[in-house]
Design a protein around this ligand. Structure first.
Ligand code: CMC
Length: 438
């Protein structure tokens, strides 16, 4: 706040002076961390009977719902950091399991800590045999994300002690289980849709390689993942691990705030991630690229986007008003994957679309840049995955972010059950009309 904005022209203070013009009363609200507390407005009443002023923010576009030390994003500068470490360095030097440790514990592990963590996660990759039976109960054409949603929710019935959320050790066990079992459930869903036998985890393989094995192993005695594909998958997992208070994380926190077990809370997160405006966007991107089909058809498609008939999926972001740093890294990783699998012809269309969009006034003025989903789908497709698996590929690594945010929320003294207010717009105090008289 500049001095001239101060009521008395004096030195700046970390407060906001508000005059309620309905009453002429002036209030001074503290500003902490660039934020005023919505509850501080409640004291502003039009008269003694008034409930007090509320803030209205239907999509949380300008509301901080928590204090968090997990992930930092500067959307204008295109910066993403997990626990203070830039995503670019983690993608280059780390592994997904190490990043999951970082997210959960807040620090990078020492070698013995990483070994122990890796051992724990690896030892929890198996699921109860009954899980296979209910996976088998889904229709052959069931969407794998719906199957994942259902089976993660069902895990709470296998671990009823998971509702002891006030026990720190118990919370960590569930965190490990969730991170460990997610690839197994995801692969089960995939194999089921293919009518292929389910493949058990191979504890000799690393986290991404084991997942590839559960997806693709056929008659070979030992599945050996291509190290380049395994590394590309590991990078994709790192990039998707957390993204502060996005729609699904908010769902995990909101549902978790009722003190339900973490499986149920994470199932809520999977539900949120399923939607096409969130984790379903990578699926929508691929469908869009296929529909456009050729470079020649791009201008007509872009015209439709600008006229509001279409949406350029994989573009735009609530927080990033710059190139999504994850999209840059993924674009680089496409080269490595295509070196193994052959080039995905849709890459040319995607690259051309990006080029056109980045020079077009419509996208430039709205600060619409490629987001994480614009290129990730091309890699998933090159890995042999159908589009329905794409949101599942997002959910696997995001589990470490969800659970880290949940662990943080559970011990946050300021958190209570999430319960927003509303502005009621309906009828009031009507007398019931008998059905014959309506
Ligand atoms: N294509 C065309 N126009 C767009 C797009 C797009 N992809 N995204 C935003 N706009 C326009 C929008 O129509 C609006 O224009 P106007 O001001 O003329 O009404 C303006 O840009 C602002 O958009 P908004 O819808 O108010 O922005 P938002 O913050 O509510 O939405 C978004 C963010 C990601 C939902 C949106 O950009 C979108 O729908 N993108 C496509 C879906 C997508 O790629 N989602 C993945 C997000 S990244 C992965 C994740 O974390 O989930």
């Amino acid at each position: 706040m500049s001095p001239e904005n101060q009521p008395d022209g004096g030195a700046p203070t970390d407060s906001l002076t508000v005059t309620d013009n309905r009453t002429g009363q002036t209030f001074e609200l503290p500003i902490t961390d660039g934020t005023v507390r919505a509850m501080d407005f409640r004291q502003m009443k039009a008269d003694a009977d008034d409930f007090g002023l509320m803030t209205y923010d239907p999509a949380f576009t300008n509301t901080a719902s928590c204090r968090s030390a997990v992930t930092f994003i500067d959307g204008d500068a295109g910066v993403l950091e997990y626990r203070g470490y830039p995503i670019e360095q983690l993608a280059e030097k780390s592994t997904y399991l190490e990043v999951a440790y970082l997210l959960v514990y807040g620090e990078l592990p020492t070698q013995p800590e990483l070994d122990e963590w890796t051992h724990h996660v690896t030892m929890h990759t198996f699921v109860h045999e009954n899980v296979k039976e209910f996976v088998g109960g889904f229709r052959h054409d069931a969407h794998p994300m719906g199957m994942l949603l259902g089976s993660v929710g069902a895990l709470s019935t296998f671990y009823p002690d998971a509702n002891e959320i006030s026990d720190p050790e118990n919370r960590l066990i569930q965190a490990v289980r969730l991170i460990a079992k997610m690839p197994t459930l995801a692969a089960f869903a995939f194999r089921h849709t293919r009518g292929q036998p389910l493949v058990y985890p191979d504890n000799d393989l690393r986290y991404p390689g084991n997942f590839l094995g559960m997806l693709y192993k056929m008659t070979e005695l030992k599945y050996e993942p291509d190290p380049r594909l395994e590394r590309a998958l590991d990078i994709l997992f790192i990039l998707h691990a957390d993204h502060e208070q996005n729609c699904s994380t908010n769902a995990v926190r909101a549902v978790g705030s009722s003190q339900v077990d973490p499986y149920s809370a994470v199932a809520a997160g999977i539900g949120a991630l399923y939607g096409p405006l969130h984790g379903g966007a990578n699926e929508a991107v691929l469908r869009m690229l296929r529909r456009v089909g050729t470079k020649e058809d791009i201008p007509a498609f872009m015209k439709g986007v600008k006229e509001g008939d279409e949406r350029l999926m994989g573009f735009g972001h609530r927080v990033y008003k710059n190139y999504d740093p994850r999209a840059k890294i993924i674009k680089g990783a496409t080269e490595d994957v295509f070196a193994v699998t052959g080039k995905n012809p849709l890459l040319e269309i995607a690259t051309e679309m990006e080029k056109i969009a980045l020079e077009d006034e419509y996208f430039v003025s709205r600060k619409l840049y490629p987001n994480v989903d614009f290129y990730s789908g091309l890699i998933y497709e090159a890995l042999g995955l159908p589009v329905e698996m794409f949101p599942v590929m997002f959910a696997i690594p995001r589990t470490s972010g969800w659970i880290s945010q949940w662990l943080e929320m559970v011990v946050d003294k300021e958190q209570k059950i999430a319960r927003p207010r509303q502005i009621y717009t309906g009828a009031r105090s009507r007398d019931y009309t008998e059905i014959a008289s309506r």
